[in-house]
Design a protein around this ligand. Structure first.
Ligand code: AKG
Ligand code: FE2
Length: 353
C-alpha cells in the first residue's frame, strides 16, 4: 500500500490544471464505506491542488444570500462610518480595512478591495469566551484571543441590529460545515475519524466580507491587484465568491487557473496552518483575485482554524524516515498571530510609492 507521504510526493510531482468539485452528500452517511470514498476524493484534492469546490453542502442558500446583502449594505456606508470601525481600533485584527490599505506582496502598491473582519461574537459562542476566561484565571493566556467585534453604531448603520441576528445564523451554519469536514480530513490522513474532535472545540473562525469595486474597463496597473498572490493562514478557508468571477489559483508550473463561479458551491482551500500541522502532506496553494471590471465583486471567506492552544505537531501518519518533522512545534494561536502580525505590521509601516 502506498504510504501517505509517498502519495503526497507523487501528487506534488504531477501538478494540477483544474479544481475538483466534490459532492458532500455522503459526508454524514451511516455507511463507513461511503464516507471513506468521499475522504479519498478529499485526500486527492488536499494533496494536489489544495483547493476544491463542495456541492450539496448543508448551508441554506438563504443564509448566504442574506450575508451578501449584509456585506453590500455595510460597504455602501459612507467612508467616515466605516472608519469608525477601522481595524486600527482593534487589538485583534477585527474591523474595517479600506481600499489599498492591504498588501500581500510588498512589491505591489496596495490592493483594490475593502474588507470587514468579523470574529465569533461572545453572544454567539459564550463557551468559547468562558474557556478563555478560565485559562486566564489559571494564569494561562492564549496568544491569539477571541474578542469582541467592532460594529458601526446603529445611527451610522440602520441595518446593524438586523445583522447581529443574521450573524448568529451565518456563523453557526459555517462553523458546522467547517467542523463536519474534520472527520473527512482525518480519514484522508489515515487517522481515526474522531482525531480532530478535541482540537476544534473553541475554533478560531473569522468571517471576512470583501468588496472589490468595479474599475470599469480602465487599464489596471498590475501592481494594484484585487488581492495579491498569497496563501491563507488558518487550517482551511470556506469561500463563497458570489457570481462575479475573479479568483485565480496558481499551480506549481506557475500557471494561474480561473476558479470560476459555480452556483450553490463553496470553495475550500487548505491554509498554512494545516500544511504545517500535516508536515506538508496537505498543500496550501497560492491564489489571488483580479480587480473587478464592470461589476463590483463581493466575496466572503470564512477562515477556520483549530483551537488556539493546540500544538501543531504532525500526526504519526504524516511523518516517515524520509519525511521527518519539517517545522518546530508551535501552538495554532501563536502561529496565526505571528502570520497576521507580519501582514498587519507591514501595512502600518508601509508607504505606497
Ligand atoms: O475574494 C476572493 O475570491 C479570495 C479572497 C482571499 O483569497 C482571501 O481573503 O484570503
Ligand atoms: Fe486567500
Amino acid at each position: 500500500m502506498t504510504s501517505l507521504a509517498a502519495l503526497a510526493d507523487e501528487l506534488i510531482a504531477t501538478d494540477f490544471s483544474e479544481i475538483p468539485i466534490i459532492d458532500l452528500t455522503d459526508a454524514a452517511s451511516p455507511s463507513l464505506e461511503k464516507r471513506e470514498l468521499l475522504a479519498k476524493e478529499i485526500r486527492h484534492a488536499c494533496l494536489n491542488a489544495g483547493f476544491f469546490y463542495v456541492k450539496n453542502h448543508p448551508v441554506p442558500s438563504a443564509i448566504i444570500n442574506r450575508t451578501f446583502s449584509m456585506s453590500e449594505s455595510f460597504f455602501h456606508l459612507p467612508v467616515e462610518a466605516k472608519e469608525t470601525v477601522d481595524v486600527s481600533h482593534s487589538s485583534n485584527f477585527r474591523g474595517y480595512m479600506g481600499l489599498l490599505t492591504e498588501n500581500n506582496d510588498p512589491a505591489n502598491k496596495g490592493e483594490m478591495h475593502e474588507a470587514f473582519n468579523i470574529g465569533l461574537d461572545p453572544t454567539l459562542a459564550p463557551e468559547v469566551f468562558q474557556h478563555q476566561e478560565d485559562k486566564r484565571g489559571q494564569g494561562e493566556t492564549e496568544d491569539l484571543e477571541h474578542s469582541e467585534n467592532l460594529w458601526p453604531s446603529q445611527s451610522d448603520w440602520r441595518d446593524a441590529a438586523n445583522f447581529v441576528y443574521e450573524r448568529v445564523e451565518q456563523s453557526s451554519a459555517l462553523l458546522k460545515l467547517g467542523q463536519s469536514l474534520f472527520p473527512l480530513f482525518a480519514l484522508a490522513l489515515d487517522l481515526p475519524e474522531n482525531f480532530f474532535d478535541d482540537k476544534i472545540q473553541h475554533p478560531a473562525a473569522i468571517m471576512r466580507l470583501l468588496h472589490y469595486p468595479a474599475m470599469g474597463n480602465a487599464e489596471v496597473d498590475e501592481r494594484t491587484p484585487g488581492i495579491g498572490a498569497h496563501t491563507d493562514f488558518e487550517c482551511f478557508t470556506i469561500l463563497c465568491q458570489g457570481d462575479v468571477p475573479g479568483l485565480q489559483v496558481q499551480n506549481r508550473k506557475g500557471v494561474w487557473i480561473d476558479a470560476v463561479c459555480i452556483p450553490g458551491t463553496f470553495i475550500i482551500n487548505i491554509g498554512d496552518q494545516f500544511a504545517r500541522w500535516t508536515n506538508d502532506i496537505f498543500v496550501s496553494t497560492r491564489h489571488r483575485a483580479l480587480p473587478a471590471k464592470t461589476h463590483p465583486r463581493y466575496s466572503i471567506p470564512f477562515f477556520f482554524g483549530c483551537d488556539h492552544d493546540v500544538p501543531l505537531i504532525p500526526p504519526p501518519t504524516c511523518v516517515t524516515v524520509d519525511r521527518p518533522w519539517r517545522y518546530q512545534p508551535i501552538t495554532a494561536g501563536k502561529y496565526v498571530k505571528m502570520r497576521l502580525s507580519e501582514v498587519y505590521n507591514v501595512k502600518k509601516d508601509q508607504t505606497i510609492s
